[in-house]
Ligand binder design. Structure first.
Ligand code: ADP
Ligand code: ASP
Ligand code: MG
Length: 404
């Protein structure tokens, strides 16, 4: 059997935890399986590196950011390999580049283009456990790239798919995927199984437990994932294809994303090409726009509002400033203090009224809704960030998601 395991930052946060992970990995090897282990940077290392940058510059180049942030994972692979060696296991650590992880050149949010697995396979043939640095790869110019924050999950799933692994385990600091973040709602219930579709929505909407692109890859390559805790041996959550959609829960989970900023433009001209001009310019700056609302026309004028991540707000405001005369807007506002709360569930497709129930729960808490967007399996609302926790708790209760 070939097993890929991924250990997140908290699982390798200190030497003692690294030794514990080494013990776990060694016992899998003991059973005769080939093991590739993908690791994240220790604890808050990546955040600390980002803080360090702020003391040097406000506008670091993306290439240098990748050069810096990729070092965190390099520390963990070396230490984990040393810990395994201490246990008498043959092992080798590999950076993303050494493991054949090739990406495009979109520094800080690179995408994996292919994985050349020859080196990893050679090392298996030599009897080695292979420890691979998560979150990083190499582009055609041989520059180091990173896959975006939380990207080690994606490294693990991509590697598992490329190696046609029998098992891909994602070890983290909670027992699996819950109905909502168990750190916000302690009554949250662990899900035994969740479908790729639902997991993808949860991840895209901000559930940190899995990187959205990891779920995308798992779905594409039909690679089941087992999300579980590195602190105990409890079974976690299986993320896989779930047939019987009819039986699906109405609402499977509640998510909150605090990394949201809102921009509203007033009185833009109501004529063809305005939305194109605005959103093309934002796309050219690689700004990911999420919700868009255009108000009903009055006097040949519209208001347009949209959301993006807090990190992109500065760039988005620069675009809006520049385009204001072209699109005829006579002003704009923006706010960072907003959050997006969402409910997700495959059962919503065939059940009208779920959105109304969500709005009712928010109304009963006195929470005002700023923007709404829906898809077949989710409803999202933009609200005040200060109301976010209250909203998540109310929705979790409304849809009876707590443990019995
Ligand atoms: P790692 O370092 O292992 O990658 P992360 O911090 O990225 O760990 O992800 C795990 C965290 O995700 C948990 O500690 C939990 O607070 C958060 N989380 C958010 N939503 C959920 C959810 N629905 N189920 C489980 N954990 C969640
Ligand atoms: N170390 C990186 C981060 O903190 C990648 C990861 O942990 O998945 O974002
Ligand atoms: Mg993570």
């Amino acid at each position: 059997m070939l097993v890929v395991q991924k250990y997140g930052g908290s699982s390798v946060a200190n030497p003692e935890r690294i030794r514990r992970v080494a013990g776990r990995v060694a016992s899998v090897r003991e059973s005769g399986h080939d093991v590739a282990v993908v690791v994240s940077a220790m604890g808050d290392t990546t955040d600390d590196l980002v803080s360090l940058v702020k003391e040097i510059t406000d506008s670091p180049s993306d290439r240098e950011m990748d050069m810096l942030l990729s070092t965190g994972e390099q520390v963990s692979i070396a230490l984990l390999a040393m810990a395994l060696k201490e246990l008498g296991r043959p092992v080798i650590s590999l950076t993303g580049a050494q493991a054949g992880i090739k990406t495009d050149s979109a520094h800080t949010k690179a995408r994996i283009s292919e994985i050349d697995t020859s080196r990893v396979r050679e090392e298996f043939n030599r009897g080695n456990i292979v420890v691979v640095a998560g979150f990083q790869g190499i582009n055609q110019a041989s520059d180091i790239t990173t896959l975006g924050r939380g990207g080690s999950d994606t490294t693990a799933v991509a590697l598992a798919a490329a190696l046609k692994a029998d098992l891909c385990e994602i070890y983290t600091d909670v027992d699996g995927v819950y109905t909502t973040d168990p750190r916000v709602v302690p009554e949250a219930r662990k899900l035994d199984v969740i479908s790729y579709d639902e997991m993808l929505e949860l991840a895209n909407l901000g559930a940190a437990v899995l990187h959205p692109r990891a779920v995308e890859l798992a779905m594409k390559y039909k690679m089941p994932l087992h999300v579980r805790s590195s602190f105990n041996i409890n079974p976690g959550t299986l993320v896989k294809e779930v047939e019987n959609m009819e039986k699906a829960l109405l609402v499977t989970g509640v998510v909150c994303d605090h990394n949201v900023a809102k921009i509203g433009l007033f009185n833009v001209m109501d004529k063809p090409g305005i939305a194109y001009t605005l959103f093309k310019a934002l796309a050219d700056e690689k700004i990911n726009v999420d919700m868009i609302i255009q108000s009903a026309m009055r006097d040949e004028r519209n208001d347009i509002s949209f959301t993006c991540s807090n990190g992109d707000l500065k760039k988005a405001l620069a675009v809006v400033d520049r385009l204001q005369p072209d699109i005829g807007a006579n002003g704009y506002t923006y706010g960072e203090g907003v959050a997006k709360v969402s409910i997700v569930g495959a059962g919503m497709v065939s059940n009208p009224g779920v959105a109304a129930e969500m709005f009712e729960a928010l109304y009963k808490e006195g929470i005002n809704i700023d923007m709404i967007s829906t898809s077949e399996i989710k409803v999202s609302c933009i609200i005040n960030d200060g109301d976010a926790k209250k909203a998540v708790r109310a929705l979790h209760k409304k849809f009876n998601l707590a443990c019995e």
